[in-house]
Design a binder for this molecule. Sequence first.
Ligand SMILES: [Zn+2]
Ligand SMILES: [Zn+2]
Length: 302
Amino acid sequence: MLDICLLGTGGMMPLPYRWLTALMARYNGKSILIDCGEGTQIALKEKGWSPNPIDVICFTHFHADHISGLPGMLLTMGNAERHDPLLLIGPKGLTRTVNALRTIAPELPFEIECVEIEGDSQEFVFDKLKIKAFKVKHNVTCYGYTISVDRLGRFDAGRAKEQGIDLKFWNKLQHGETVTDGDKVYTPDMVMGEARKGIKVTYCTDTRPVQSIVDNAAGSDLFICEGMYGEEDKIDKAISHKHMTFMEAAKLAKDADVKELWLTHYSPALTRPEPYMNDVRKIFPNAFPGKDGKSKDLLFED
Ligand SMILES: [Zn+2]
Ligand SMILES: [Zn+2]
């Protein structure tokens, strides 16, 4: 089960009852946070969670509303005697940016590793969980992320028998392990059917609608996308500030053929997203306004 929680839904600045946009994804004991603006640790606390179990923090870009919460969160992790290393992933310049922020959180009892994304996209694999960063179009270098869990095909006992593979190896092969029997090597692909549909979530914010989003979000179970402006007459503002309107996000959801859309990263001037949702649903029916703390457990089909 991939457990997703949209911790905040604000853009630019936190408001009372609306924290800055950030996403928490948890799978099989691994916790991944995407973006960490001012107040993200309070949003976590409101869910009853601590930042300590976070293994990886991914940053879309280095505007303050997406990263200024980092030093405070590092301090909290340090005060809680965290010793496990923390991995940070972000655009080029991550190490320099984090080191600058670290001047106010200099002594920590754990290691921080920074990985700067190379090129237009990069994939990171954590056991069964995959994170892919893909470049979007903002006024600074910015990446969207897909989080996915692949699913193996069904075990095919007939194929295993045909190849004379001993019964005692079946369980290991079924769980993705390679087995050696004397001079013979058996790999899972020798006994497994075609891979089944996994789970995929796409998160993208602070961008114009571009083809890379459609390509990468394609077939997502959940697509979390910025909707900075509800009003269609703010399209010129969206274009000049490199953001999106609700309708543009809906069009992306439709083109990418996703299952469900949540909007986020609202302009501070947009107090209520609901009045615009009827028009959004004319383009993409399964659309919802993101709300702080909105969560969903995503399971494999059948
Ligand atoms: Zn932003
Ligand atoms: Zn930005």
